[in-house]
Write a protein that binds this ligand. Structure first.
Ligand code: HAM
Length: 423
């Protein structure tokens, strides 16, 4: 009987990207990063795990992210560490630790990488999720809120996405929250809510707006909205953000019932929602966080930023049928017919790669048929077919893999030939 070892599977709820889809993932991430780069956001590369206290204090203990979803463990030195569930707290920690806010403000930073949340996995909801994010710290200017939103919008547009909408609201400044919270609690006290919902509301009354049940939504139809209770300064800030978005031609809808899953937000908050994704429709979100720097022990500076879900943005591209990337692994594929030809092609491939052309070769001596199949599978546009007779003549066969046409080109002229054929 065959004695096979058990195999392993990736952890539950963790998406993996491999060719050809890996190309799509990389393109989405790089396109979002490029939009941030064009607006002057510099790369910050941060730890994947941090002191657990950073998230408890920075993100908020009443949030699901902190209370239920963190990957927390004691390391071998008995320190409690947590795999980062989001990026903003780590960025702010780093800004404070390294005094980045002592130079010119705002400090503009971008990041890309994996984040970890122990959520119930489903389509578009993963336990390891990938984000591209930006943070602009130190200047409380509505034009900066609009810039952050516009950078996300640019990224989505550059991918060719159209089926998304931007929802915005204002959560006001810290001063009005207690009064508004009391008002909302009083309203909720008069409703026939079940116990778990009541308990949730006790921790943070705004969370009730997150309830998806139609009967609860109906009960909340007349609930007081924060947007109607903004301080004059916060209202002015919000109006200015909307004015800038209008100037920029970035369309938005106001959603005064928006609930973000993180506690640090003040004033502007926003979400990009895609209609093709079912329940997990948020492809990106963010906002302003005026108290976070101070909460984490820094200067009382404000900040604003976003996190875009790369996994979900890729799903959105698929839902819309846009794929502005190539899945081809290479442009040119070398097919050697014999040992001498192989030695020559190995060197030619290295030279062509140095010149910037993406080249792969048939390895393993599988003969012309097998090699041509490999060439087709690679996605290359052109094959270089080299046999003994070509070697003697100093030529190589350049074959168009689409039309099947092939003609001989002098070996010394092959780089120019490939360049002109590939443009
Ligand atoms: P967030 O809304 O929690 O914000 O996450 C940002 C984006 O990450 C979401 O819109 C979604 O696309 C993606 N995402 C979140 N959780 C998952 C998941 N389980 N599976 C797949 N994708 C997911 C933040 O993380 C804030 N740090 C954003 C921010 C930056 N606010 C200010 N600055």
């Amino acid at each position: 009987m065959e004695n096979r070892l058990a195999t392993f599977a990736a952890p539950k709820g963790v998406p993996e990207y491999y060719p050809p889809e890996g190309a799509g993932f990389e393109h989405v991430r790089n396109t979002l990063v490029a939009a941030a780069d064009r607006a002057g956001y510099g790369l910050i590369e941060l730890p994947i795990f941090e002191d657990t206290g950073l998230y408890a204090r920075g993100v908020g203990e009443s949030t699901d992210v902190v209370s239920k979803e963190m990957y927390t463990f004691a390391d071998r030195g008995e320190r409690s560490v947590t795999l980062r569930p989001e990026g903003t707290a780590g960025v702010v920690r780093s800004v404070i630790e390294h005094g980045l806010d002592r130079q010119g403000l705002p400090v503009k930073l971008r990041y890309a990488g994996p984040f970890f949340r122990y959520e119930r996995p489903q389509a578009g909801r993963y336990r390891q999720l990938q984000q591209v994010g930006i943070e602009a710290i130190g200047v409380d200017d509505p034009a900066l809120d609009a810039e952050v939103i516009a950078v996300a919008d640019e990224g989505f547009r550059a991918l060719g996405l159209t089926g998304y909408r931007l929802e915005i609201t204002s959560l006001g400044d810290a001063e009005i929250r207690p009064a508004y919270g009391a008002l909302l609690r009083e309203f909720l006290a008069g409703l026939p809510l079940d116990e778990p919902t009541r308990a949730r509301a006790q921790l943070n009354p705004l969370r009730v707006f997150d309830d998806k049940r139609p009967e609860v939504r109906a009960l909340l139809a007349d609930a007081p909205l924060l947007l109607d209770h903004l301080s004059p300064a916060a209202a002015e800030h919000h109006a200015a953000v909307k004015q800038h978005l209008d100037d920029l031609g970035v369309a938005y809808v106001e959603n005064p019932r928006m609930v973000r899953g993180l506690d640090y937000y003040t004033k502007t908050t926003f979400e990009f929602v895609h209609d093709g994704l079912g329940a997990q429709s948020g492809i990106g979100g963010g906002g302003r966080y005026d108290g976070l720097m101070a909460t984490l022990g820094g200067q009382p500076l404000s900040g604003v930023g976003f996190g875009i879900g790369v996994d979900r943005t890729l799903l959105a591209c698929r839902a819309e049928g846009v794929a502005p990337w190539s899945e081809a692994r290479c442009e040119v594929f070398g097919v050697p017919l014999g040992e001498a030809a192989k030695r020559r092609l190995v060197v030619l491939a290295a030279q062509l790669r140095r010149a910037g052309i993406r080249v792969d070769l048939a390895y393993g001596g599988r003969g012309l048929k097998g090699a041509m199949k490999a060439a087709d599978r690679s996605g290359a546009r052109l094959a270089l077919v080299l046999g003994d007779r070509d070697l003697e003549a100093g030529t190589v066969g350049v074959k168009d893999l689409l039309t099947g046409e092939q003609h001989a080109v002098a070996l010394h002229a092959v780089l120019d030939e490939l360049r002109s054929r590939l443009t």
